[in-house]
Design a protein around this ligand. Structure first.
Ligand SMILES: Cc1cc2nc3c(=O)[nH]c(=O)nc-3n(C[C@H](O)[C@H](O)[C@H](O)COP(=O)(O)OP(=O)(O)OC[C@H]3O[C@@H](n4cnc5c(N)ncnc54)[C@H](O)[C@@H]3O)c2cc1C
Length: 410
């Protein structure tokens, strides 16, 4: 009798990468990639950048087209949600009622855009951005002269604001907190973002609290609790995402801020693995549980979970990292940025690098801000310095005359 197939739930970045890795690794059994979106797996970073600006097409950021999936014998069940998981009988049930047995399961269900709390739904010009289809709908609403209100000063809100300015929209950005991307970025970077967006003509309002949307079916004005009113044609809400844990939770799997896994990305049921934005994991046995909502994590965990589905039993290890592109500037982070001030700051032409050392003077994390891709090389070197784990002098990190490469060699 043939073994039951391997099943991947969620045909996004992590799920798609896992499916391709399984075939690269020589797995030749039945393989199902089940996703509720209509498209073959794709990468999301272009959605808030090139897609909105009209410079990126789906074919360019797909992990693999439908023909390639078919050639590899990956059965992509598109446009179908998995609505029920039974880890006892090892079955998933699709929205159309089909029940499928699995021998190994990967949950890569990602997340959905968080809805604005306390606001009535049904406004026809309030949009969210998580999927390709949502990006196309948003793009269709943006053109020169459109008055756009962006709710949320995190990465997605900021990237949408930058793209909308490139299209000639008049943009007001509302951030509830005292600074931009304040949850994840050092204060100096928040300030650099604020300066850049204001220079580019975005009306950035910090500590902004929305009191009401005004209008009939369309929002025509956003009213803030300080009494100010912002007339608008379109609203986009970018206030973070909610991990899609419902399926796993109903199946009785351990859940924290995501689906909880052990060091090998195994969930709390036999032969069930988790990868990507929905995965709550620990990088060290005593470290805190965390989720990473990044391209790099989806890529690495998708690959890693595939190896472990095949029995490799490898603990997941990775230096985390993230990037964002806005206007002609790029931001990159690697490792863990501490909560306090940076241990060292290096000035660069048009930007800077911030370094975070632990109490043994080893590099924990770094963050770079500069024109274009200018910090990419230094951030790569920082990753190698983090991995090397040798003590470093803050004075040398701060000195632009000391090439980071030489610190590595020493
Ligand atoms: C607009 C945007 C811009 C971004 N820009 C950057 C960037 O510049 N840099 C960076 O590092 N990261 C960026 N990211 C983050 C990065 O794209 C994500 O971390 C990554 O896509 C996560 O991959 P994933 O596979 O875990 O989840 P996803 O890619 O979201 O895939 C999950 C898939 O599972 C499907 N699904 C969920 N539940 C079910 C179910 N029950 N049945 C079937 N299918 C289901 C979902 O519909 C989805 O298709 C960006 C994200 C967005 C949205």
């Amino acid at each position: 009798m043939n073994a039951a197939p391997l099943i991947i739930v969620g045909a996004g970045h992590a799920g798609g990468r896992a499916a391709l890795t399984l075939r690269e690794q020589g797995y030749d059994g039945e393989l199902l990639l089940i996703g509720d979106e209509a498209h073959a797996p794709y990468e999301r970073p272009p959605l808030s950048k090139g897609v909105l600006q009209g410079t990126a097409e789906l074919g360019g950021y797909s992990l693999s087209g439908a023909a390639e999936l078919a050639r590899l014998g990956i059965e992509h069940v598109a446009g179908q949600g998995v609505q029920h998981l039974d880890v006892g009988t090892r079955q998933v049930q699709l929205n159309d009622g089909r029940r499928l047995l699995y021998s190994g399961l990967l949950l890569a269900t990602g997340g959905s855009a968080r809805r604005l709390p306390g606001m009535a739904t049904g406004w026809t010009n309030v949009r969210y951005l998580r999927t390709h289809d949502e990006a196309l709908a948003l793009r269709a609403s943006l053109r020169g002269g459109v008055r756009l209100v962006v709710v949320g000063g995190g990465f997605i809100g900021l990237e949408v604001a930058a793209s909308a300015r490139a299209l000639g929209c008049a943009v007001t950005l509302l951030e509830a907190g005292p600074r931009l991307a304040g949850r994840v970025l050092p204060a100096e970077v928040s300030m650099a973002l604020l300066t850049l967006h204001r220079e580019q003509g975005v009306d950035v309002r910090l500590n902004a609290r929305i009191e009401a949307f005004e209008g009939a079916r369309e929002v025509t004005c956003v009213r803030l609790d300080d009494g100010s009113r912002i007339p608008c044609d379109s609203v986009v809400v970018g206030i973070g995402m909610q991990p899609n844990v419902g399926l796993a939770q109903a199946a009785g799997l351990a859940i924290g801020q995501g689906i909880r896994v052990d060091a090998c990305l195994r969930a709390s049921a036999p032969d069930v693995f988790v990868a990507g934005d929905v995965c709550e994991f620990r990088l060290h046995p005593e470290g805190p549980y965390q989720r990473q909502e990044t391209w790099r994590n989806a890529e690495a965990q998708g690959r890693h979970a595939a190896l472990n589905l095949l029995g490799a039993g490898l603990p997941f290890q990775q230096v985390p990292g993230f990037w964002s592109d806005q206007y002609d500037h790029g931001l990159q982070t690697v490792g863990q940025l501490g909560d306090g001030p940076a241990s060292a700051r290096r000035a660069l032409a048009g930007g800077f690098l911030l370094f975070y050392l632990d109490n043994q003077q080893r590099l924990q994390g770094a963050c770079g801000w500069g024109v274009g891709n200018s910090v990419a090389k230094d951030i790569k070197l920082c990753e190698r310095l983090i991995t090397a784990g040798q003590p470093l002098a803050a004075s040398q990190l701060a000195d632009p005359g000391v090439a980071l490469k030489t610190l590595l060699r020493n």
